[in-house]
Write a new protein. Structure first.
Length: 327
């Protein structure tokens, strides 16, 4: 990976290290990468400023029922698109809010914790918002790539040995479905603000002992109820185009095509979904020439793909947290 902006391999290695273990101590990252603790701290401070780096907790389930995840495509009157995107970005149940289609469509993903939350979003509040022309909502059924597995996992920035050294050992999760209880809410809320919050601060926020906090956090992550994710601007590394693909495959080819997409270096997210298109993917490319090569060669060569809708993302309003991105 090369870019006209000031970055080097160490920057990519640091971000990949955080994707593998977002709460890894600087000392362990430094030892694996062969640099000093001070270098790691200094570089990550710079990435927070220059690449909008942030580490945050993301919940996957919150009640007895798993979260329902939706892809929303909201077609708007041009004068209302920005305000609607910002309103959606401020909701705690949304992520990846972007302006697409010439600035007249807002695309986002939303995770609702209950049937009532789904109804409120899709049938209640959102349809009554001024300037909305049309809403398409497709439920996400199966994730092939994304979530705790970031785009840099496929970058080659770290060697297999470094990946093994930085990957935390598995922790046996609790039996049954992933579950965040009411008692867990202070812990999860603190991690949603800052996924690297030190254990003594988590202890104060929860009223639990530090050992209990460590044990419960490991259980939540192992069960899939919670993961710690990194967000950053790919623009900083010269990858300035994000594109949403809505793909229709033959039903028998859906899983195979989804697995193939998950291995493509350009794909940051891929999932099966309901609706007229049964697969969606988000790609990260350098420019339009790179996007064309991916569309015509990598995606166009897949057996079982029947139709592809390509939607460039014009402006990212929110990734995991709501704050402006540089680029």
């Amino acid at each position: 990976m090369k870019s006209a902006r000031t970055h080097d391999l160490l920057d990519l290695q640091l971000l990949h290290a955080l994707e593998l273990d977002p709460r890894a101590p600087y000392s362990r990252i430094a030892a694996v990468l062969g640099v000093s603790d001070q270098t790691v701290a200094r570089r990550l401070r710079r990435l927070r400023t220059d690449a909008a780096l942030r580490v945050v907790g993301v919940r996957c389930a919150a009640t007895d029922d798993a979260l329902d995840h939706w892809l929303l495509r909201v077609r708007c009157a041009p004068e209302g698109a920005t305000a609607i995107a910002e309103a959606l970005a401020k909701r705690p149940d949304t992520s990846w809010v972007t302006l697409t289609s010439g600035g007249t469509e807002v695309t986002c993903t939303a995770g609702t914790r209950s049937r009532g939350g789904t109804d409120d979003l899709l049938l209640g509040r959102l349809p009554r918002t001024p300037h909305i022309v049309d809403i398409r909502a497709q439920q996400l059924l199966h994730r092939f790539y994304g979530g705790p597995y970031g785009w840099l996992h496929k970058s080659g920035a770290l060697t297999p040995g470094q990946i093994a050294a930085l990957t935390p050992p598995p922790h046996p999760g609790p039996p049954g479905a992933p579950l965040i209880t009411a008692e867990d809410e202070p812990l999860v809320a603190a991690l949603e603000r800052d996924g690297r919050t030190p254990y003594p601060e988590l202890q104060r926020a929860t009223g639990r002992s530090e050992s209990a906090v460590r044990r419960r956090l490991a259980q939540l992550v192992a069960s899939g109820a919670l993961y710690i994710d990194t967000e950053y601007s790919t623009d900083y590394f010269g990858y300035r185009m994000q594109t949403l693909f809505s793909i229709t495959t033959a039903p028998h080819a859906l899983h195979r095509v989804g697995q193939t997409l998950a291995a493509h270096p350009e794909v940051a997210y891929a999932a099966a979904m309901t609706g007229p298109s049964n697969l969606m993917a988000v790609t990260v490319t350098r420019d339009t020439a790179h996007l064309y090569r991916y569309l015509s060669e990598s995606l166009g060569g897949l057996d079982g793909v029947e139709h592809v809708e390509t939607t460039p993302c014009l402006r990212r309003v929110k990734q995991l947290t709501y704050r402006p991105f540089r680029g």
